[in-house]
Design a protein around this ligand. Structure first.
Ligand code: MRU
Length: 348
């Protein structure tokens, strides 16, 4: 595990590393109220699909602690309400719903006969989700290693490291694992406008792990492919539909198109908790729209003329046809994704 812990459960409190402050300040905030946890997810104190899933699960543990319910049924009603509140914090990453549903299922266990037993079960479920993501992250690194050639130059988008998953990371884990395996890789880090997850967070994490890298502006990716040469692109995912269409940080789609134009493999990397077999295609994925100020302002300073309108979709959907393979903890899935994802997810 990295020296820094983005999510911790400490003495009945949830401690989150404040990712809005990185890399300038490494500082954490403690939470005891699940509503504040929902706000922390919305305001991106914590972000990244698996990390917000784990955080929401601990938010449910706080809700169980906060509840004044005296009966098991009343506590379950409070937990359902807390789940609804936490689910609304961010709509695109399926991990949020996935984690909350797992916790609610555990809380609904007929064998739980007291309020304290339900509270304990909710906390145990949250710890279990964290442990599961940790194992997934580690196995993803192992599964992806054969895909990375010696001396590979790799473009990475957004942030998918330990900060985004609470554990070892997903797409960034691929780069770190290849580095640790002595493959001599070099990472080109998309800065990832507007929230600069690449420039601020990925560069900071690669520095912690000693991986050689350069930050590039998002618009430079195709130029780097053509002039320097890139061996592969690795990106994370917030929701993968049943046909392989993948929602991820805005800018992923155009990176995929550029990779296709240059004949470069484009890998989506994520745990199976991010695969949503209930949605037939990416057209059905809700894309979060964030405040215009994230575009009109850079680090709090306005850069557009007064009154300028801005669109700020936080994610885009890369059609499956642009994806070379989806790397998960259960294995590497290649096209045709429809059938192969069904097998991976045990749907047939
Ligand atoms: O808006 P963010 O920073 O939460 O977006 C994060 C991403 O898009 C990541 O690529 C994705 O969640 C995968 S994290 C392993």
């Amino acid at each position: 595990m990295p020296a820094y812990r983005p999510i911790q459960w400490v003495d009945g409190r949830l401690r989150l590393l404040d990712q809005r402050e990185l890399p300038a300040r490494v500082t954490a905030i403690d939470y005891t109220d699940y509503g504040d946890v929902a706000d922390a997810i919305t305001s991106m104190v914590v972000r990244g699909a698996p990390a917000i899933g784990i955080t929401a699960a601990y938010g449910m543990a706080l809700a169980a602690q906060q509840s004044a319910a005296r009966t098991v049924d009343a506590l379950r009603v409070d937990l359902a309400a807390a789940g609804d509140r936490l689910r609304r914090a961010r709509p695109t990453a399926v991990n949020l719903t996935w984690a909350i549903n797992r916790v609610l299922q555990r809380a609904g266990d007929v064998g739980l006969e007291t309020v304290d037993a339900v509270r304990q079960a909710v906390l145990t479920a949250a710890h279990g989700i964290y442990a599961l993501e940790e194992q997934s992250n580690s196995q993803i690194g192992v599964n992806a290693l054969p895909l990375v050639p010696q001396g590979a130059k790799i473009i990475h988008h957004c942030n998918t490291g330990p900060l985004a998953t609470g554990a070892y990371g997903t797409a960034l884990r691929v780069i770190i694992a290849a580095h640790e395996a002595g493959k001599g890789v070099y990472a080109y880090v998309d800065e990832t406008r507007p929230r600069l997850q690449g420039a601020r967070l990925t560069a900071w994490e690669l520095q912690q792990w000693g991986v050689p890298h350069s930050v590039i502006v998002d618009g430079a990716a195709a130029h780097v492919m053509r002039t320097i040469g890139v061996d592969l692109c690795v990106v994370g995912c917030d929701r993968v539909a049943a046909n392989g269409d993948t929602a991820n940080k805005i800018g992923t789609y155009h990176l995929a198109i550029a990779a296709r134009a240059h004949g470069i493999p484009f890998y989506v990397v994520g745990p199976t908790s991010t695969i949503d077999m209930s949605l037939a295609s990416g057209d059905l994925i809700e894309i979060e729209q964030r405040p215009a100020e994230e575009v009109t302002h850079v680090m709090g300073r306005q850069v557009t003329p007064d009154g300028t309108a801005a669109e700020n979709p936080a994610f885009d959907v890369t059609p499956a046809e642009y994806i070379t393979a989806i790397v998960t903890e259960r294995g590497v899935v290649r096209p045709p994704f429809g059938g192969n994802l069904r097998v991976l997810m045990g749907c047939e």
